[in-house]
Design a binder for this molecule. Sequence first.
Ligand code: NDP
Ligand code: GDR
Length: 321
Amino acid sequence: MDILITGINGQDGSYLAELLLGLGHNVHGILRRNSQSENQTSRIEHIRHKLQLYYGDLTDFASLITALKKAEPQLVFNLAAQSHVKISFEQPVYTMQATGVGFLNLAEAVRIVNPGIKIFQASSSEMFGNSIDADGFQRETTAFAPVSPYGIAKLMAHQTAINYRDSYGMFVTCGIFFNHESPRRGTNFLTNKVCKTAVEIAAGKADQLVLGNLHSHRDWGYSKDYVKAMLALMELDKPTDAICATGLTHSVGDVVDHVFGRLKLSREKHLRTDKKFERPTEIMSLCGDSSKLRKLTGWKPEVTFEEMLDEMIAHWQKELK
Ligand code: NDP
Ligand code: GDR
């Protein structure tokens, strides 16, 4: 198949591209113009020669039409977004345009070019905000109540996906993904910030890890496991919405304790907090029930929270050498 990925140079996009190439598909992607192109493509440099890349941007409708006409895909995975929750408070308008209206641009471009193209939308547990079922889980039936510009933008995209499914009979599937990480995670997200800084502290190249809220809980999974779920959802006969999560939750403090424990660092000496890393509103607890996804596709997470953090630590130790 010809498959188009938006956000191909991001964490998930790069793993999904590897997975699809390994299955023999022709993989296409859109890239935004960047003044340092080698930095922007660092996650896909090793497979770049196998990819068809076009300049494009979710906020630029015409570029999406052009990319769809060039790639002639059967599937489109929409992984592009301004995906940083804290930054969405600093750039709320842009986040709405890229993460919310950007999906509308893509869905409309597909409808015009070829409504038979199947679309995957990366929806987010941020759409739930602090909504939580009595048993402590979020599931497909939990009410949406986003508390960040990013969460609101993702909800706009999610509802648009459902509307295109219902109004035009298009195949638009949404994976409602909980946090997932890897060594390719941006270093301004919690897990990779902790791993990178702790390795630097252990090597004597930094002294302090400075974080915001230590008490929020997240359901942290492994990116490579989650891109397999994206593909499994797109192989179903019918479009749907399904939660992808591990069903286990840990606090920010637990991440620090695991990483500091592995590197024999003391919290007292090397950890401090600063309000500048806190958000104006915070989600306190995320824990996803992915029974629907598991039942429909047989998917299950393979890498544990601890194994994933160990891989990220090992990555930064190798980088530092
Ligand atoms: P990343 O932030 O690593 O990647 C985002 C990608 O989107 C990058 O390739 C980025 O390009 C691109 N992008 C940003 N803005 C635009 C734009 N306006 N037009 C075109 N491309 C753009 O995110 P992840 O890989 O971690 O996540 C993939 C998707 O899944 C995102 O939509 C995210 O919101 C969603 N998601 C992620 C979760 C997670 O925990 N990782 C959980 C739930 C949902 P550039 O590098 O040039 O900025
Ligand atoms: P999140 O991920 O906001 O859940 O969104 P992030 O790793 O940024 O934060 C996780 C938790 O850690 C707390 N925290 C800090 N976070 C960052 N980034 N930096 C800090 O210094 C820090 N200190 C404490 C946060 O407050 C939060 O509680 C991710 C993104 O990938 C979204 O795109 C995705 O949709 C959701 O996960 C599900």
